[in-house]
Write a protein that binds this ligand. Sequence first.
Ligand code: ADP
Ligand code: NA
Length: 325
Amino acid sequence: MKRVFSGVQPSGNLTIGNYLGALKQFVELQNEADAFYCVVDLHALTVQQDPEELRKRSREIAQIYLACGVDPVKSTVFIQSHVREHAELGWLLQCVSYMGELNRMTQFKDKAEGKANVTVGLYTYPVLMAADILLYDTTHVPVGDDQKQHIELTRDIAERFNNRFGETFVIPNPQIQKFGARIMSLTEPNKKMSKSAENEKSRIAILEDPATFKKKIMSAVTDTDNEIRFDEENKPGISNLLSLYSLFTGDSLDATVARFQGEGYGTLKKQLVEVMTDKLGTIQARYHELSQDPAELDRILATSAERARTIAEQTVNRVKDAMGL
Ligand code: ADP
Ligand code: NA
C-alpha cells in the first residue's frame, strides 16, 4: 500500500508555488494512496510567530487544502501539534542525527543568513521533518524541488536507525514532479517563489484577488529580447510564465510554447491572468463556502488527528522499544 505524507508550514499565505508544487499533487495522490496531509505548525515556531495569528493561519491552511480538492474522507488532514508524537519522535531522532549533516542543509543557510538570532529549532527542523514522515511508515513524499535535500536526510537517518537498532522505519521516497516543482519569483526569476519572502510582489497567494495578482503578473520581470521561448537559464522570467500557463491549464509545455510563438509578452501575461482568475476563482469560492461552517472544519481536524495518532503512537512505541526506553 502506497502511504503518502506531506506538510505545509503555516508561516505565510500559501502561494501558487505551494499550490502547483505541492497541493495539486496532494489531490491527485489521494485516489491511489493512503494520504496524510499535515499543517506543520511546530515548524512555523522556528521563527517568531504571533500566537493568535499562528492558530488562525493553521486552520486557514487546512481549509485551503480542502478548497483545493483534498477530500477528508479519502485523506487524513490534520494539524501537527495535535499529534504529540511528532515532537517526541523528533527528539529521539535528534539523538541519531549528526551536526555535520545538518550543517550541510542549504535551506538553513538561506534562512539563517544575515539574521542576528537564529533559533536552535530552525537548525534542527529537518530532523523534525524526518520524524513527521517516518511516523506514518510513509512510502512517498510529494514535495517541491526545494525539499529534496531534506528527504535525503530523512532517508539517511532512517537507514542509520535501522542499521543500529533493527528494522524499524520504512524508507520513504521523494515524489517530485518533473515539471512545475519549482515556481519562480515574479521579481527575481532566479529564485523560487516563497510565501515567506519579504517582497510581496514576488509571489501570488492562492486567496489573492484578481485585481492584485493581475498587477503582479503584468509587471513580472522578463527580459528585453521580445521572443517567447522556453529557456530557463537565459529566459527565466518568460519560462516561468510559460510554466504557469501550462500548469494552470493542463496544456503541455510544448503546446503552450506553440500557442504563444510570435506573440508579445503582454499577450502571454494577459492570457495567464485569465486562466489564473478562472482556476483560483473556483478554489476561492470553495474556500469561502467552507468558512461558513467552522465547526465542520474542527470536526474534520479532530477525527483526522485521532486517526493519525493511532498510527503515530505505534511507531513511537516501536522506536522507544528499540532504543531501550
Ligand atoms: P514556502 O517555501 O513557500 O514557505 P513550505 O516550505 O511550507 O513553503 O513548503 C510547502 C510545500 O510547497 C513544499 O512541498 C515545497 O516544496 C512546496 N513549494 C514551496 N515553494 C515552492 C515553489 N516555488 N514551487 C514549487 N513548490 C514549492
Ligand atoms: Na520551503
